[in-house]
Design a protein around this ligand. Structure first.
Ligand SMILES: Nc1ncnc2c1ncn2[C@@H]1O[C@H](COP(=O)(O)OP(=O)(O)OP(=O)(O)O)[C@@H](O)[C@H]1O
Ligand SMILES: [Mg+2]
Length: 303
């Protein structure tokens, strides 16, 4: 890709994103260099959004696969339709391509979420495909990848359920970009963009939804807090509650009570409390709410 080409590309992709200039630049450089990539970051940190923006800009498919113990090499590569095999015997024609072969043929990005949950033999199949840019499919033959084929893996660094640690043979073959949570201003921008909410009341709801969501990530009793998805939903639910309760101009008390209800709906299922802490998501949210609506205002306006 030419120099101005890729700078233009970056600018156009950036217009679909709030912030993330650096991560986008790094990801774009890696894929434009023809390399495969692992994106490491907690849920809701723009991984899919960035890849969608890149593949849409390039006009190529983005194929999703979830990495888990059931992701066998056969599922990744494809299988022969058993009914047709009985009638016609094996042939290239009755082969049903899996996402790997599909992505190679179409020159798409194969996006493997929770990559580290996939079994070892599946990872090995993938590594071979990445190294050779081709796979050998029994009774079908060799499938060569189109030049835009890439493997993009994602991993959640907090994930400790059913994960295999990546062996050095795997990690040595991948480039890696770490993504974290964005700052509060960017998250407010994302919530405004994704909810489309505007107006005086929404201008209060959005910063509050973002602040309480961010606080779930800092709370000492929480193992993993909510992503910006929780803030998006909290703002939307609060907005609907004000409608339902007929409160277009709520009092301070009505406002904070309604926001608390929205927090329960949007956030209680999204926070994972530390087992040793003997608390509940509801209690954690109550503390966060008190801090935001009772203690913080008192600190800002003492006496
Ligand atoms: N930088 C951003 N600009 C605009 N919207 C964003 C941005 N980051 C996240 N979002 C929005 O937040 C939500 C979650 O983002 P996304 O799906 O990209 O996260 P993810 O990293 O792929 O998460 P997961 O690991 O759970 O798949 C989406 O609704 C997306 O539209
Ligand atoms: Mg995603």
């Amino acid at each position: 890709m030419g120099e101005t080409d890729i700078t233009d590309t970056r600018r156009r992709i950036a217009s679909h994103l709030v912030g993330r200039e650096r991560e986008l630049e790094l990801a774009l450089a890696a894929v434009a260099a023809g390399r495969d990539l692992v994106l490491e970051g907690p849920p809701g940190t723009s991984k899919t959004t960035m890849l969608k923006a890149i593949t849409e800009e390039w006009g190529i498919p983005l194929l999703f696969v979830e990495g888990n113990a059931d992701l066998t090499p056969a599922k990744l590569v494809g299988h022969h339709n058993p009914a047709r095999v009985l009638r016609e015997d094996y042939s290239a024609d009755n082969f049903v391509a899996g996402p790997l072969v599909e992505a190679m043929r179409q020159g798409g990005f194969l996006y493997i979420e929770e990559f580290n949950r996939a079994p070892e033999d599946t990872l090995n199949t993938l590594l071979t495909a990445m190294a050779d840019r081709a796979v050998e499919v029994p009774r079908v033959g060799r499938v060569e990848a189109q030049p835009t084929f890439r493997v993009i893996a994602s991993m959640n660094p907090f994930d400790n359920v059913g994960t295999t640690r990546l062996s050095t043979s795997v990690s040595d073959r991948l480039n890696r970009i770490v993504v974290g949570y964005q700052d509060a201003e960017a998250e407010r921008g994302i919530v405004a963009l994704r909810t489309g909410l505007h107006g005086e009341l929404s201008e209060r709801i959005i910063p509050d939804a973002v602040a309480v969501t961010r606080a779930t990530r800092e709370h000492p009793d929480v193992r993993q807090g909510s992503s910006v998805r929780g803030a998006i939903d909290c703002a939307l639910v609060a907005h609907e509650l004000f409608e339902l309760r007929g409160l277009p101009a709520p009092t301070q008390e009505e406002y904070q009570d309604t926001v608390f209800d929205a927090m329960l709906v949007a956030l209680s299922g999204r926070i994972h409390v530390d087992e040793a802490a003997e608390t509940t998501p509801e209690r954690v949210l109550r503390e966060i709410w008190e801090d935001r609506f009772v203690l913080e205002p008192a600190r800002a306006d003492p006496g």
